[in-house]
Structure formats: structure tokens, C-alpha cells
Write a protein that binds this ligand. Sequence first.
Ligand code: SAM
Length: 355
Amino acid sequence: MLVARAGATPSALKGGAFRHARNVTPSALTSSQQARADSNAFDFSDATWHPWNIQATLTERSRNPDVSPWTVPRQLVTRGRPNDRRRRSSRGPLTSRDRAMFASQTMHDAVARSLIELECVPRKEFHESWSVVSRALDASCPSSILNGRCAVDVCGGHGLVGQLAVLLGGARSALCVDVRVPKYGQMIHAHLANDFPQLAGRVRLHGEKLETLSSHPHAVLFGVHACGPLTDLIIDLALSWRAPVVLVPCCHDKRQCDGGNLVNTLGGPLAVDVTRVRRLLDAHYGVQLSELDSDITAQNRVIVAWPREHDNARQAQEDQKESASDAVKDEDQGCVGAALKNAPSRLPALSWSRL
Ligand SMILES: C[S@@+](CC[C@H](N)C(=O)[O-])C[C@H]1O[C@@H](n2cnc3c(N)ncnc32)[C@H](O)[C@@H]1O
């Protein structure tokens, strides 16, 4: 790994070394030591952070403190040769030659087979979109963050994420917003809606800048690889709508994204994402972190966040269900008194007031 030492002069550094060293000034190194001291106060041992393996990054950066924090790339885990059809990071389209890999009766393979017929959807996009929606479903958050909501797929490109949120996640509808609806967007939707009628009439692809998007009731926002500060704008929207949000950030930009005082200790991109999570936590959001498989994309951090008030709603729902089932049990056992006590959640209001 390249290490640019403090005080190294341009003449002492050749070629690439100089390119990297330009970002490392003596004053940046001094502030890095300061930042390291600041971040000691930051509790990364909390289980929330475990999925991002922050402790390992801290150790790595403390071993190589002089490496410029913005020039450490995350590595894509590549499997097989570049033309290997199993390579999930490939930007080449799914084609009929991939058919054998998607032969099962699962929904995953059925959607892949449907997209194969179009021969225009990048393999990476399919695997990425599927994994994002799966992560949102796996998260131990209230199921109501997807169920019955409108999945607003911001910077959504072909809008595959929104459509999968309807197919898999029980979202009521999908609104895919992109400044420019890609040329195959409508065709992909029409084709999927033909193969999966549950999508018909529930998906809208809309050309608009996210900056002008007006508030949508009962939305869950998705921001998958919304570049740099666009991810921050999606967080702004989520906070102002008090909506759940699912993010996979990318292209962390040191001039436009806020890494707080963690940039030197964690490296710029991770510091920016940690700062985003802190912002959500401070706004009283529940947060679950995870990662997409790193053979699909190196920009694979996932943030699933929901307003804490949804937790209370879930608790109330569960309590209601529990008391209804207790009442049924009591009735079965002939305990009429207890059944009446629990009755309001099951009986129409009128009958109960007559009792
Ligand atoms: C890296 S692509 C991600 C596309 C898709 N989410 C995916 O993962 O395949 C970023 C998308 O953001 C869109 N975009 C850029 N600026 C935007 C803005 N201000 N408002 C809405 N969409 C924007 C671009 O047109 C592009 O489709």
C-alpha cells in the first residue's frame, strides 16, 4: 500500500506517489491526530456498527495513518474471469446465455428469466436491486416500513428497486423518480408487468429532479447509488416526510459530503456514511446497517432506517393481536368474563357499548 510520509517533497515522490501525496499536507496530518483523539469518544463497539466492521478499519488506519483518507478504495471481490457469466458485478446485459443459471421456480429466477428476454438489463443491476430489497426485508425493523407503502425509488434509473419492492416486499405501489427516465425504462416495466400482473397499474416512472419532489404520504424512500450529495438530499427528504429510507451510498465526494471529524480516522467514504447514520439516529430514527455481497459492488454499505414512532405502532399492533388471540382462547375454555374484558379489539363498537 502506498504511504506518503509527512514532509516528503515532490522530488522525493515519483509518479503515482506524488499524485496521492498531493492530498496529504502536514496540516492534514496534524488534524488527523486531533481527529483520532476526537473519535475515541465515539462508541463503535455498539452492535449497531458491527456489520460495517468499523473496528477493523480503525485498526487498519491506525497502522497506516499517513495514507490520504480519500484515496483508499474499497475492493470489489471479483470471482472468475471478466467474461465469466456468474460474475454478478458485470455491467453486461442478462442474455439468453445466462438462462441456465436461473432455472429454478423461485421468484428470483423467474424475474431474472423475464429480464433475460429483454437483453438490456445489466446483470449487476438485477443482482444489486434484488439484494437491496432483500436487505430491507431482512432488517429487523417494523414490516410496515414496506408493507402497503409507496416505494419511492429516487435516482432510480430503470426503477427495478421500486418494482421489486412491490413484487417482494408488499409495497402498494412504486414511484421511480430520475432526472432522466432511461430509454428502456418504460419497456422494462411493461414487460415485467406482463409477466407479473401484480405490477400492472402500480408503477410510475417519472422524470423529475429529486430536489423538486413533493411530499408523498406513506412513502418508503429508496436511494440506491444516488451519487455523492444526492444521498444526503434523500436523507433530507426522508427526515422532512418522516418516512422510512433504504440507502446504498456511493461516490463519496470530499468537497460536498460531510465526514465530520472522522475523516482521518475512518477514511473519507466511511466517515461520510457514519455521519449520515448519526444524523438519522439523532433524528430519532431506528437504524439497521448491513452490506451487499461484495462481489456485486464495492459500494455496498446498506442503511435501513425508520422513524422510531413506527416501533411503537408495531408494538401496539402486536399487543392488539395478542389480546385478540387470548380472548379467543378464553372463550374456547368457557371463561366468558375474561373474553368480555378482551372483547373491544374484536367486537364492533356498537355491540360492545350495548354490553
Ligand atoms: C448511479 S445511477 C443509479 C441508478 C439506479 N439507482 C441503480 O442503482 O441502478 C444515479 C442516477 O441518478 C440520477 N440523477 C442524477 N441527478 C439526479 C437528480 N438531481 N434528481 C434525480 N435523479 C438524478 C441519474 O440520472 C442516474 O440515473
